[in-house]
Design a protein around this ligand. Sequence first.
Ligand SMILES: Cc1ncc(COP(=O)(O)OP(=O)(O)O)c(N)n1
Ligand SMILES: Cc1nc(C(=O)O)sc1CCOP(=O)(O)O
Ligand SMILES: [Mg+2]
Length: 211
Amino acid sequence: MAYDLYVVTDEAIGRGRTHTELARLAAAGGADVIQLRDKRLPGRDLLSAAVAIREITRDAGALFIVNDRLDVALAAGADGVHLGASDLPVGEARRIAPPGFVIGASVGSVAAAVRAAATGADYVALSPTFATGSKDDAGPGCGLATLSAVRAAVSLPLVAIGGITAANVADVIAAGADGVAVISAVVGEDNVTAAARNLRDRIAAAKAEGR
Ligand SMILES: Cc1ncc(COP(=O)(O)OP(=O)(O)O)c(N)n1
Ligand SMILES: Cc1nc(C(=O)O)sc1CCOP(=O)(O)O
Ligand SMILES: [Mg+2]
């Protein structure tokens, strides 16, 4: 399972394009993971978007993750769910989810990453890696030193999220991230597909450099 380029949809940052349109454009640019994230939508509407995106990601061979809502993820047939500190605990989600269901966890420290791994997470996201204006309650960036410390502490796939751009992605990969999760750097761009492709190429180049 590849987590290299992980695109999170956001209709406000996405300049009014729908979650489904953004998912299609990002998948066309080679996104390995698409996440549907919308704190405003009622469950019924979130489910409609999730069912549409599931078709797009299945056709594109990308993983489909729903943010926060395990119920919607299961009902839509998504590949997984992403859970933060205030969401359902990873262990509880693991107890309910079917075998093979992907559970991602936001972590802000080595201790949180170790705990996420111990309770059944399939990947962890260092949240936020850098400061970001795209999430209202995001704290200050954890930084690359913490990213490297998490890398040393857990063997799970490690994704960096928060303030990731084409300019800093090579440093993030060099610090130990397996992939990057982004909003602005892809869905905030005029040409979403080209932005995804460019970021994907930079990730691949950084990984090749590190070998
Ligand atoms: C990959 C990834 N990492 C972090 C988040 C943040 O989730 P969100 O629900 O916005 O924030 P919490 O309040 O749950 O921490 C994400 N969506 N995806
Ligand atoms: C969705 C999200 N979660 C974060 C966390 O720290 O948990 S930061 C974030 C927003 C990422 O957007 P951008 O790529 O535009 O910085
Ligand atoms: Mg959450």
